[in-house]
Each structure stands twice: as structure tokens, then as C-alpha cells.
Design a protein around this ligand. Structure first.
Ligand code: GCW
Length: 607
């Protein structure tokens, strides 16, 4: 099974060594009747031009541009879309990254599609055919960088750049013909294991150690995209230990990589994960801004700060991170998460592109230079566990190429490439996928509050699971009210945004409902814009979310999925229904007991 590449030949021959070779092969096998000329035009770089003259196609591009152009042409023709006579495209973001959180023992942190595609038992272990398919999948949607190991760098991945470098270089060889460069997550404290007495980024011995390491790594993998770093975050080592800031840390690594054109991708997921819940002065969403905003403009040119899309951690609904709006003099990457950690574990259907489009709407053009997404892949036969989770990888690629991609067109193209459906069935599935995020949002935590999940595992409801814990993710629901006031009269989080942005959310009467409890603490009797009380809205959303999930299951039962997908889809749908019911019951019961206010329609809150 090759995900959405079902109409493509099962495998790509191993002797094809360049993107242009792959492009020719894919064309000959998927569009044998079409006359297509490939023209090498290095000036187009990763971009391409597709031109049609009577029955002749010409695709021009730089080396990988040819491949992207060919994949686009094939997919548009296979899915019956109109291709204009002249179609030109080039990527909006130069690094379009997929970040795997794979460990070398074969597990995948927050992985819901089986074990690692790259590692097992502390070493590299992979099926070359599946690696090539992954290369095809990535290139076919425009992705160009793959980080293969978890940002939490455990033993033995800590030795990836040391003992395992030859194997890493062999893996890079598989991806190169697909225009994909590898990246590695590195452990900031590594010099300490090699006779250097410190990992202080300003210490010359530390700088030398990293410079030597970079030299060695680039002699084996000359096109490595760079290093990905999680530092001073959730227990990982970093510059704070030495009284240095994150510009000191990132710039030191950047200097080591710059002779080779490599990037340091430095994550900004830094917050106090040992907070006392009684401390009301610390508000976790403020953390990233506090750690980085003052450093704007002090990073080297080859440093990219990788910022999670929201200020918390990949919740169903979060505002766009203020760092992504405010750091104008720093290269930024927005980090998304395809792995459905808080969004249903690839059991519940959750199509992300509508959510991403909302984020991009709030992001002024040119603010970010790069996009990254935590991978949702694993060793399951279909790569993504739930067959529908593939739509997230596919549409992520299209969006990382150009965020203006039309949501419905992208989803329908994925459906057409994946399934052989009638137009009517295609629309049914597209509607279902495009509404799935809202459905999930309705039956889980209410109105932007997030976090009411089972701790650690992050699947299933647990309203107080994180409430008195160390992680700083509180809702402080009591008998009268729920939510945290993050306005200027509260924790001040909202002050991290511009005045015009702030004005949209500051007043609870004007704040869009979906963000209401993210920004405000409100009594259950608060009147929403539509006249309902807050508590009634919570009940209604939960009942409605569950009912919509029931309807999704009915739709799925009527669609003609191929046998191998049907079993997976139906079995997961059953679990989703159970989950939706449980969320609905537990959240409504929680708020009913606290507030003592009955549902206006007399529905049974807990059967
Ligand atoms: O949300 C947390 C996840 C961790 C993850 C971390 C991060 C890789 O629960 O599993 O660690 O985010 O993004 O670094």
C-alpha cells in the first residue's frame, strides 16, 4: 500500500539516482499515453513551469523542481483537474520539514502508526522499499527535509552523529534522489561525553568540539539540512545551565554549521514544567515570548526558531503564537503536529487543514520562512494508522509549498488519488473530513480551554487531570466560573500581541466564542452572543458533537472503501464513537455538578 500513490507503480528502481530520473520514471508509468518533455532549468531552483502546446507537455525546473512539477502534473491529471496551458509554481517556504519523533529503540514518541520506520533495537533498521515510498510520498506533496530522530535525544540516538554516522549517511542516500535532505536532532550537552568539561556555548573548547563534529558529519552527508535542537525544555540540557541565553546556544551551533550551509533549527518550546498550581503569576502561554522576544535580531542568519503554532502545545484550538507575529528580525518556522497527540490518536477522524488555514490567516505574509510538522508516520502497512490520517500529511505538504492552496481542492485531490469514488461519494467524504476538526472540538474540551485530557497519554477525557499538576495548564473551574483571564487585567498574555489583535479578544462580549475560555474567566451564567448561557453552550456543544460523530459513522458505513481500508476505518470509528460519548458524558457531568445548573432541554447529562 502506497498511501495516495495507489496509481503509481509499487516501487521505484534503485538505480535511479536523481530527481530528474525519478520524474521520468513516474511519468512513464503513470501517464504512458502523454508526451512530456523535461527541461532542466536550474534558474528555477525548486520551482517549476508546466506548459502545454497542443498534445505536448513541457515541464521545466531545476533538479528537484522537475520532480515537483512532474508530481503535480501527474496528480492533477490523475484526479481530473484542469491544468492551465501555462502553470508556474515555486515554494513559498524554503524548508518544508517533517520532524519524526522516532527513538532508536524502535518506539515513536506520540506515534500512533506503529513502530519507527527507521530504527529498531538501538540501531538503524528499515525496509529500503518503504523508505523509498516515504521519499516519494514526501516529494509528491512538496516536502524537502526529514528529521529522522526525536527531539528528546535519548541514548543511543545521542551517538547518532558519532557511532552511527555511516548508517545515517546510507539512509540519506535513499532520500537524495527525491530532493529530500535529512536533519538530525542533537543533544546540546554532547561535548560533556567527549572529555570537554562543559557544554557552555561560549567556551572555546565547546565551540571547537561542535565545529569538528560538523566537519565530520558534513564529510559524510554534504547536503545535511542541519541540526534540530530542543534545549532547556522538559528536562533537556541547554544553555541556561551555564547562565547563557538561547541566542548564545543557537549561534554557537550555527557557527559550526555555517561553513557547510547547514541550519540550526532551534525549538522555542520552553516553559516551566514544574509549576506550582497555586502560583497565579505564572501563565504558561506567556513563556515562549518571555524567553525569546527580547532576542529578536540577535540570531545568526542560519538559525531558524521553530515555534509551535500556538502558545500552549498543539491543542484543538489555540491562538497563533505571539512569537510568530512579533519576531520580525529573526528567521522563523511554524511547527505543526500531524501526529494526533491531543487530537484523537489517529483513532478519531481529525483533518487539520481547516485549522492550519485559520493560523495562516492570522500570519502576515513573509513572517515565517519555513514550516515544520511532527510526523504522523510509522511502520503500519498504510503508514498512518488511520487511512484518513494520510490526508493530513498530504495537505500539509501542499500548504507548506503554498499556504494559499484551496482547502477543498487539496482534500478532494487526496481523495481522488486514494479512492476510486463517484463524484457524490467524494463530496460526502470531503464534507466529513472537513467538518471533523469541529466535531472533535465540540465533544472534547469547551471553547478554547483545552487540556481536559488524561494526563501523559492525552487520549480521553479527564477534566481535572492536569489541574493540580506541574504543567501549568489550568482551567480553575469552580462552582461559579471557569477559565483564566489572560487579558491586560488578568495574566497579561494578550499584551504580547499588537493592539489591533488584542482588541478582537480583550472584551468577552466581543471575543469570538471559540476562544472565549482561552482568554477569559467567566461565570456559567455568562450570556453568549447567541443568547445562550455559557453552561448551556457547553452542554449543547457536547451533545451536538456526539450526535455529529454518530452521523459520521453512518456516512462511513455507506462509502465504498476498499476492503483493506474498510476494516481499519470501521474499527477506529467504533472507538471514536465510544470516545465521543465518554467525553460528552464526563465533561457535561463535570460542569453540571460544579454549576448545579440543569440543561434547559432536560437531557440526561449522565445516563
Ligand atoms: O507536548 C509535548 C509532548 C512531548 C513532546 C514535547 C515537545 C517530544 O507531550 O511528547 O516531546 O511536547 O514538543 O518537545
Amino acid at each position: 500500500m502506497n498511501a495516495w500513490l495507489r496509481s503509481f507503480p509499487a516501487s521505484v528502481p534503485s538505480d535511479l539516482s536523481s530527481p530528474a530520473d525519478i520524474a521520468r520514471f513516474e511519468l512513464d508509468h503513470t501517464l504512458p499515453g502523454e508526451k512530456v518533455t523535461l527541461v532542466d532549468m536550474p534558474s528555477l531552483g525548486e520551482g517549476y513551469q508546466i506548459r502545454r502546446e497542443s498534445d505536448m507537455w513541457t515541464v521545466s525546473g531545476g533538479s528537484s523542481g522537475l520532480l515537483y512539477g512532474v508530481y503535480t502534473l501527474i496528480q492533477m491529471l490523475l484526479s481530473g483537474e484542469d491544468v492551465p496551458d501555462l502553470f508556474e509554481s515555486s515554494p513559498e517556504y524554503s524548508l518544508r520539514m517533517l520532524d519524526s519523533w522516532d527513538n532508536m529503540d524502535g518506539t515513536v514518541e506520540r506515534g500512533y502508526s506503529g513502530r519507527s520506520l527507521f530504527f529498531e533495537n538501538g540501531r538503524f533498521a528499515y525496509d529500503p522499499e518503504r523508505i523509498k515510498t516515504l521519499g516519494r510520498m514526501m516529494a509528491s506533496c512538496g516536502l524537502n527535509v526529514l528529521c529522522i530522530n526525536n527531539v528528546n535525544v535519548h541514548e543511543p540516538a545521542q551517538r547518532l552523529l558519532e557511532d552511527y554516522l555511516p548508517e545515517a549517511a546510507e539512509l540519506a542516500d535513499f532520500f537524495r534522489p527525491f530532493g529530500i535532505r535529512l536533519m538530525f536532532s542533537v543533544d546540546f550537552s554532547r561535548p560533556l561525553y567527549h572529555g570537554v568539561s562543559t557544554a557552555d556555548p561560549l567556551d572555546p573548547a565547546v565551540r571547537d568540539w561542535w565545529a569538528d563534529t560538523a566537519k565530520r558529519v558534513y564529510s559524510m552527508i554534504p547536503d545535511l539540512a542541519g541540526f534540530l535542537v530542543k534545549a532547556d525544555s522538559e528536562g533537556r540540557p541547554g544553555p541556561f545551565t551555564y547562565g547563557r541565553n538561547h541566542a548564545d546556544g543557537a549561534n554557537m551551533l550555527a557557527d559550526a554549521l555555517s561553513p557547510y550551509g547547514g541550519f540550526v533549527v532551534w525549538r522555542c518550546f520552553v516553559y516551566n514544567c514544574r509549576q506550582d498550581w497555586r502560583d497565579t503569576t505564572t501563565d504558561r502561554p506567556k513563556a515562549a515570548w518571555e524567553h525569546y522576544a527580547f532576542l529578536d535580531g540577535s540570531f545568526r542568519d542560519n538559525v531558524i526558531l521553530q515555534v509551535k503554532h500556538g502558545p500552549f502545545d498543539f491543542q484543538v484550538r489555540e491562538p497563533v503564537s505571539p512569537l510568530l507575529l512579533g519576531m520580525k528580525r529573526t528567521k522563523l518556522a511554524m511547527e505543526l503536529q500531524l501526529a494526533q497527540e491531543y487530537t484523537g490518536h489517529q483513532i478519531d477522524i481529525y483533518t487539520m487543514i481547516p485549522m492550519w488555514k485559520e493560523l495562516f490567516e492570522d500570519l502576515p505574509a513573509g513572517n515565517i520562512m519555513s514550516v515544520a510538522a511532527v510526523s504522523n508516520l510509522g511502520r503500519d502497512l498504510n503508514y498512518t494508522g488511520h487511512p484518513f490520517a494520510a490526508v493530513n500529511l498530504y495537505t500539509y505538504g501542499l500548504l507548506a509549498w503554498n499556504h494559499a492552496v484551496d482547502t477543498r481542492t487539496a482534500v478532494c485531490r487526496w481523495i481522488r488519488l486514494t479512492y476510486d469514488f463517484s463524484a457524490e461519494d467524494e463530496q460526502k467524504l470531503a464534507d466529513l473530513l472537513l467538518s471533523s476538526r469541529r466535531v472533535y472540538e465540540q465533544y472534547t474540551a469547551p471553547l478554547g480551554i483545552g487540556w481536559m485530557v488524561n494526563p501523559h497519554d492525552h487520549y480521553g477525557p479527564n477534566p481535572s487531570g492536569y489541574e493540580y499538576d506541574l504543567w501549568g495548564t489550568y482551567h480553575k473551574a469552580d462552582r461559579n466560573a471557569v477559565g483564566i483571564d489572560r487579558t491586560s487585567s488578568g495574566t497579561g498574555y494578550l499584551c504580547q500581541y499588537s493592539d489591533s489583535y488584542r482588541r478582537k479578544y480583550e472584551d468577552p462580549d466581543l471575543c469570538p466564542d471559540l476562544y472565549l475560555l482561552f482568554y477569559h474567566r467567566l461565570p456559567y451564567t455568562f450570556r453568549m452572543k447567541d443568547g445562550r448561557t455559557l453552561i448551556q453552550r457547553i452542554y449543547d456543544d457536547h451533545f451536538e458533537g456526539y450526535e455529529k460523530a454518530v452521523r459520521m459513522a453512518e456516512t462511513i458505513a455507506c462509502l465504498p472503501f476498499p476492503e483493506e481500508d474498510r476494516a481499519e476505518i470501521e474499527q477506529r470509528m467504533k472507538k471514536q464513537l465510544y470516545n465521543a460519548k465518554e467525553w460528552c458524558d464526563i465533561i457535561n457531568t463535570f460542569f453540571h455538578r460544579l454549576s448545579g445548573i440543569d440543561d434547559e432541554y432536560g437531557r440526561r447529562i449522565y445516563p
